[in-house]
Write a protein that binds this ligand. Structure first.
Ligand code: PLP
Length: 398
């Protein structure tokens, strides 16, 4: 007879289970027909639902409903902001933080390699917490002046959870006439976020990071922003983003955010308690483990380096023990690259290959944390042996 062992899911930063309220909203909206662009009754009812979702998001995120542009998720929102704002600007310098998500970094890369390669892209250094400092942007604005088109700096890092003082970084860039984009995909639904108070031009979010469905998100965009579309068609969203709006998706996203915001304060307390229990437990069981990040950070992300272990071996060993986590961004998890975030924050290459991201969310319990602590000791011991084997093989090849 097959036995099923419980899975302890500690990969909420990759995606978090849909909240029951979001599932109910999705199911209800998906059971009625209607394209929000149609003029007949079904279309008007679908439009009403989309506009209600827009208003709820705007209410929780400190912007006007007309500033919410629905997209297919965080990646599209980041691509649209970086490419669209840079292309519309008369300036040519685009600055992106070194620890940004690949949906920002690779969009910036495209501005060099695609579209006539007209941009001068600068990668902004980050400090040991992985965040861009305001003085770095002030110096750049002083150096390039009106050539500065766009600065992209993330609100919360997806690998180590560090929170950037985005308002402080945005100040000198906006004063120089540049646009500022912030990727708030990991922050929304977890810590308070107020678009207007951040003083940015645009901000991205993604429903599946706070209990909504995969494949839906939004770009919040200042009404006065000059931006070019990156996709073409019906122009359903502000003549900027084309494609029929995913009605059940945006309705469920709004329901998820509504619940996440209502529970935010108590959840932040509960999750940071669980995260500290996890980190203390791991430190007591695994000698030499190093905690990455620190300072102002998300309550649910712990990033740990296990010297001498391969991060990928650790993931597979933990998976076999019923613990699911990742080495960093799930989007690059299939590729055996060292974490660009840890490298940017000053870690050596060996350390950047020996790290794990354990991310907690609204379904995480003490039992998940304790099972992870219990599994990590033996897994680290075995991964260390595997790591030694790997480095011997590597040395032989060179
Ligand atoms: N930005 C950050 C910081 C992320 O963590 C992710 C997803 O991992 C994305 C953008 C991309 O979001 P999506 O999965 O909705 O495309």
């Amino acid at each position: 007879m097959r036995t099923t062992r419980p899975v302890h899911y500690l990969d909420h930063a990759a995606t978090t289970p849909m909240r029951p309220a979001a599932v109910a909203a999705y199911t209800e909206a998906a059971s009625t027909v209607g394209n929000a662009s149609s003029l007949h009754g079904s279309g008007r009812r679908a439009r009403r639902r989309v506009e209600e979702a827009r208003e709820l998001l705007a209410h929780h995120l400190g912007c006007r409903p007309s500033e919410v542009v629905f997209t297919s998720g965080g990646t599209e929102a980041d691509n649209l902001a970086v490419i669209g704002l840079a292309t519309a600007s008369s300036g040519d310098v685009v600055a992106v933080g070194a620890a940004e998500h690949h949906s920002v970094l690779d969009a910036a890369e495209h501005l060099i390699t695609g579209r006539g390669g007209r941009n001068d892209v600068r990668v902004l250094p980050v400090d040991s917490r992985g965040v861009v400092l305001a003085e770095t942007v002030r110096d750049l604005a002083g150096e390039v002046g009106p050539r500065l088109a766009l600065v992209a700096t993330m609100l919360a890092n997806n690998e180590i959870g560090s929170i950037t003082d985005v308002a402080a970084v945005a100040g000198p860039a906006r004063a120089a006439g540049a646009s500022v984009h912030t990727d708030a995909v990991q922050a929304v639904g977890h810590v308070p976020v107020d678009f207007e108070a951040l003083g940015v031009t645009s901000m991205s979010l993604s429903a599946h990071k706070f209990g909504g469905p995969l494949g839906v998100g939004a770009l919040l965009l200042d009404r006065g922003a000059e931006i070019e579309p990156i996709g073409f068609g019906g122009g359903q969203e502000r003549d900027l983003r084309s494609g029929s709006v995913d009605v059940p998706g945006v309705v469920a996203m709004a329901a998820a955010l509504d619940e996440a915001v209502r529970e935010m304060e108590s959840e932040a307390r509960r999750l940071s308690g669980l995260r500290d229990r996890l980190m203390e437990g791991v430190r007591a069981t695994v000698p030499g483990v190093i905690a990455n990040g620190g300072g102002d950070r998300l309550p649910g992300i712990a990033n740990l380096t296990f010297p001498g272990c391969s991060g990928e071996s650790l993931i597979l060993l933990l998976d076999a023990a019923g613990i699911e986590c990742s080495t960093g961004s799930a989007c690059t998890a299939g590729v055996a690259e060292p974490s660009h975030v840890l490298l940017a924050a000053g870690a050596g290459e060996a350390a950047a290959r020996s790290s794990l991201r354990l991310s907690l969310g609204y379904t995480t319990t003490e039992a998940d944390v304790d099972a992870t602590i219990a599994a990590l000791g033996p897994a680290a011991e075995r991964a260390r042996v595997a790591g030694l084997g790997l480095s011997r093989a590597g040395a032989g090849a060179s």
